[in-house]
Design a binder for this molecule. Sequence first.
Ligand code: UD1
Length: 354
Amino acid sequence: MRILSVVGARPQFVKLAPIVKVVQGHAEHLIVHTGQHYDDIMSDVFFKDLGIPAPDFNLGVGSGKHGAQTAAMLVGLEQVIEQCQPDCVLVYGDTNSTLAAALAATKMHVPVAHLEAGLRSFNRRMPEEHNRVLTDHSADLLLAPTQVAMNHLAHEGLSRRSVLVGDVMTDVLYTVRDSLAGTSMEIPAGLEAGNFYVCTLHRPDNTDSAPRLSAIINELGCLDKPVLLLAHPRLRSRAEQHGINLDHGSIVLNPPLAYPELINTVSLSAGVVTDSGGLQKEAFLLRVPCTTIRPETEWVETVEMGWNALVSEDLSALARTVHRPAPVATDAAPYGDGHAAERTIAAVLAAFGG
Ligand code: UD1
């Protein structure tokens, strides 16, 4: 059997890593990188650190408006699929690369498996929400990370195509966390363990409007500990356009981190402030309290258990939310046991393996 994995953006490289390991010996596996993310620190570093082989194809699509970017991927993927004749196209998460791959394969009658299916924010302003809904409804096999995701798929009439496999990000995180045990990796910018927050911001709703971004930066600058702001290229470029200085008050500005450095840094931090989906979950898995600057989250389990709290409209609540008392300890495992990749490959082989 031949599986074609399509990835393009940073969180997808992380999800690909455990799949690459598990698929060996079970199927031929080819990788397409759409080129959505292309900076070293957003792309190559993940392949190197997570032991992912170089992609078999790189479409080099780069940045652009949603339509142009997705369309360029669609054109490139059609050619790759034609050339490779895969038995299944495996797509990951909710980026424009996910949607382009699902569309290209569906139109060519190649079965599509969607890893991380069934997540919903119910916020149609998010590009990821369109990407998820459209991908789930075009895919043939829906690989859900959580029971909540399974419930969403059931509500949309997609139960028969859905399998609960767990979350592959748990697989990667546990592997990397264990490999870091006993090593002494440094925290960036000489910060002191337990006495800083880690922050990431990249969502259009938080970065594209100058007053909104400025208000967030002001609130972050007033927190009671240094705030290590790992600045995504989009944040830097929007801040520059809006004339906003990111290096403000408590903020310590830093480039994004490679995955092992990120896990090490978060695990030594006093808390996380983010609008990333993945980081909310990573914080929970490392049992670090998280504050999410969004009106809603797909990872509702983290909020229900008190390990994550949402702040959106009223940004003046940010400081008291970040400084809130520690959540109640829990050994709950809503994101699986670290073996989601095995169940994913088993489900793909069972569905399309002949
Ligand atoms: C994309 C995904 C988002 C995911 C995020 C992870 C979509 C619609 N969004 O958002 O779901 O959470 O990746 O990071 O697919 N840029 C660079 N270098 C790069 C990549 C991007 O400079 O390597 C800059 C460009 O100015 C670009 C901007 O960042 O226009 C946004 O990149 P893009 O891939 O469009 O979306 P992300 O915000 O990264």
